[in-house]
Design a protein around this ligand. Structure first.
Ligand code: 5GP
Ligand code: MG
Length: 176
């Protein structure tokens, strides 16, 4: 059934069952890749909180989790917009970091934020994203784990919002 959020109508796109199956598949791959490594999962708020929770529950390896918010502010004209992390208190040095995002759209957010992670000298950095829109990608960002590649249209649900609403929808909906 379609859902209306404020002024827009969305139609069902990916069911809760399909999501759950795919997220579990990613968890299985992560468990194999991180055996014995005690990764630090870093979820990017707000959008990733449901995906991060489901993915994390699927982990059977020893793992830690923490969440950060990204704030973007205007840098100088040469640096453009700068993205900085709020709430990153963990020491990342020599840790295996798994960044968890809701969606990679243009890739701008992650590409501007990743240098900040690398500067802290982690042992490794990988990215898990719930969604990616390959047609929208403009920056060089590579997701190591991606649940679904989708067309270049606006989606809501499973943590993703339209103007603050729709995050609680258990399935994914796409703009009609
Ligand atoms: P990027 O920096 O990769 O262009 O954009 C990433 C951010 O844009 C995401 O974290 C998300 O907040 C927002 N975004 C991009 N596409 C969508 C979409 O289809 N739906 C929603 N709800 N947010 C999106
Ligand atoms: Mg986001």
């Amino acid at each position: 059934m379609d859902v209306q959020i404020i002024d827009k109508v969305f139609r069902p796109f990916i069911s809760a069952e399909q999501i759950s199956e795919k997220v579990q598949e990613l968890a299985v791959r992560i468990n194999a890749d991180y055996a014995g490594k005690r990764p630090l999962v870093i979820g990017i708020l707000n959008g990733s909180f449901i995906f991060a929770a489901d993915l994390f529950r699927g982990l059977t390896v020893d793992a830690e989790i923490s969440f950060i918010k990204l704030a973007s502010y205007k840098g100088t004209s040469s640096t453009g917009n700068v993205v900085t992390a709020i709430g990153m208190e963990e020491n990342l040095k020599d840790r295996h970091i798994l960044i968890v995002e809701d969606i990679i759209d243009t890739g701008k957010t992650l590409s501007s934020f990743l240098p900040e992670i690398h500067a802290r000298q982690p042992a490794s950095v990988k990215i898990a994203t719930f969604l990616s829109k390959p047609e929208a990608l403009q920056h060089e960002v590579h997701a190591d784990y991606c649940a679904f590649e989708i067309e270049n249209k606006f989606v809501v649900g499973y943590g993703l919002d339209y103007d603050g609403l729709g995050r609680n929808l258990p399935a994914l909906y796409i703009l009609k």
